[in-house]
Design a protein around this ligand. Sequence first.
Ligand code: NAP
Length: 459
Amino acid sequence: MLRVAVVGSGPSGVYTAQALVQQSRVPDVRVHVLDRLPTPYGLVRYGVAPDHEKIKSLQSSLRAVLEDERITFAGHVEVGGEGGLSPARLKELYHAVVYCVGAAADRPLAVPGEGLPGSFSATEFVSWYSAHPDAGGFALRARSAVVVGIGNVAVDVARILARGAAELRGTDVPRAALDALGASQVREVHIVGRRGPSQARFTTKELRELGALPRARIVVDGAELALDPAFAAPPDGPGAAPLPAVVRRNLEVLRGWSAAPPPAPADGQERRIRLRFFLRPAELLERDGRVSGVRFARTVPDATGGVRDTGTYEDIEAQLVLRAVGCRGTPLPGLPFDPVRGTVPHAGGRVLRDGVASPGEYVAGWIKRGPTGVIGSNRSCAKETVASLLADAPLLTRREVSPDPLAALRAQGLRPVEWDGWLSIERAESALGRSLGRGRVKIPDWPGLLGAARGEGGL
Ligand code: NAP
């Protein structure tokens, strides 16, 4: 029997487990999917926006995988970190370990004032409204918010800021976040890119969604769009390299908004979303010990796809600043790490130690290839890793490993939350929602989650 531990139960971990049990090359495989949290699904639970129900519904296909009898979910098991299991210990317990630990760190802006109160990473904000048990709180007393970055995370957080509580009541947003969003004073949300619209990383569906928000008015500055060479003169002529489809569609949406802004809501409760381009954050401004705005350097295209500063600046007032400038992997003690790429060095998913493949250690997902692509990209990524693992299986299974790794973990004091515990959390979240007159509502804290996993909570 081949015993494999998959570390991380987000999409890459679950697709890895699925690829392991769906192949016929090694018939007898058992997979333990470990997670630091007592809940499965990683960023599908704690990253996908609550109003993206269709993407959230992916949970049902991930659930079907984790319910396979050859796969065991074991949450509340930390790997790495202080007091967590080490890669060496996992190697003693399993023939192979696949690390699917994602990209846990936010990229900094590296500008003065970044640490001021009122300045956060978008991940902190997403974690809060997604009920991550390590998240802090947000009061949303700001009238103006700046979101730095023009990727899909920027669009997600701007959209949630522009929605009212009534629009989110039907989602699983936790109680405190729904109340705070309901009482939010935010009326202006500036989404700001350092480069132009043709270099934006958001996808068209997500961009269009902003225009469909019931209470938001979209403001696009035509002069900034015109700075973009692809916007001003689309390369349509003979011999011109065509724009990627997503860029063409994004430009069409932005052109449309610039020519005819979507109608403002009639109820006077409007929130403006301003899409801004060619502004590089230079400094976060301070008043009374808190962030009061962002000073941006005006940029222009440099003809090579980048931008250069023009020497002029623009200040945008903001009492809330969210930096949505991407994330990167973090080193896991005991595993090699490439600090430049923020990933674990690998060849076809095999972890490389000093450039040499380390039998029995693998990576998949964002810690392997960096934080790119859509959820489905993890499927092919996992398949590649599993193919390498299966090719190594004859060698790996020669080694004796623990016949019952979870018992070994319990014996060393860990208290894994297994599938029954997760089902118990799900029931408690449904009961919490019923008690609030809503659908399922997420439990946002460790005591609540662990209590619910043990069947406590009195709900
Ligand atoms: P992203 O797509 O890499 O976008 C990061 C943005 O930050 C870019 O606009 C980038 O501009 C900008 N940026 C980076 N460093 C900066 C700096 N120092 N100053 C100013 N701007 C800076 O990252 P993401 O939005 O975090 O998304 C991560 C992944 O998750 C993506 O694959 C995304 O599609 C996916 N995702 C998808 C959805 C969805 O499908 N609904 C939702 C959320 C996330 P430059 O291009 O100039 O570097």
